[in-house]
Design a protein. Sequence first.
Length: 352
Amino acid sequence: MLDAASSKKPLVEVRDLKMHFPIYAGLLRRRVGEVKAVDGVSFDVFEGETLGLVGESGCGKSTCGRALLRLYEVTDGSITIDGVDIATLSNSELREKRPTMQMVFQDPQASLNPRMTVQAIIQEPLDEHTTLSTKEKQQKVYDLMDAVGLNRRFAGRYPHAFSGGQRQRIGIARALALNPKFIVCDEPIAALDVSIQAQVVNLLEDLQEQFGLTYLFISHDLSMVRHIATRVAVMYLGKIVELAPREALYSAPLHPYTEALLSAVPEPDPSIEAKVERIILQGDVPSPSNPPKGCNFCTRCPKVMPICRQAEPPTREVRPGHFTACHLHETTSQTTEKTAAQYEANERQHGE
């Protein structure tokens, strides 16, 4: 799923990524099935951009983000980061690659060791991956604390002494310690107060500009993703159903699931809010261990057609840089391709 319109080269290339977790049952613990948490996902993240990954709880967003950093052993597919396929690396080779890619976790309380000081938490990656002197490490920790807006005097304190927003800043400083190129932000604002969320997102934007970072920003908060993301990918039941530049996706979504998600976003203007038509999806999300035949969304889609229950829709580029996996747009896409082919043929004819 490539974006030909982008002039930058991809830093991260994901192709047909699958994360299937086995299900065991019975007295002998035989394998009876598998949970298809991520089932054939492909996308690129370009240098310096923020790709937003959205979808409802349980759709596979966080699993996808963790798989990208090889925190899980990948079932199938390739993950190329900075020219190296990390899905095939040995443990020692992966360790050498770790400084390039880091993660900011969802729960700042659970992701920080309560028995370590802020100094020790931020310094730990430096201890593991660098040969800096003790004084150099301390200076680096202070510089990182300055960068994320924490007072240096707090370096000797423990995580329990900080608020949720401050703990997340500690987590961000730790992620930046090794000068990474790519950071997966796994719902970094979900556990924070609304008043703090904007501060953390603004901090991430400032750090991106300062250090030239590339983000995969995972969230279910569509309004916040609109604020920070360059492009947005929408996930449903382990698959990406739509990927597009931010404004194109929010102003003219192509997939029925994206339309339903966006219709649920509240509008701050009461006059606009009164005109919004909510799309209420019927039924429950199918089990990822037994997804429906054909399109994953066919059991809840308000625009379902007979073909949706039979064949899985291919991902097509319906508009420049705007991809969707939906049978509704097959005719549109084919017409666009045909028109482009006819235009090229006419150009060649005139050239001759």
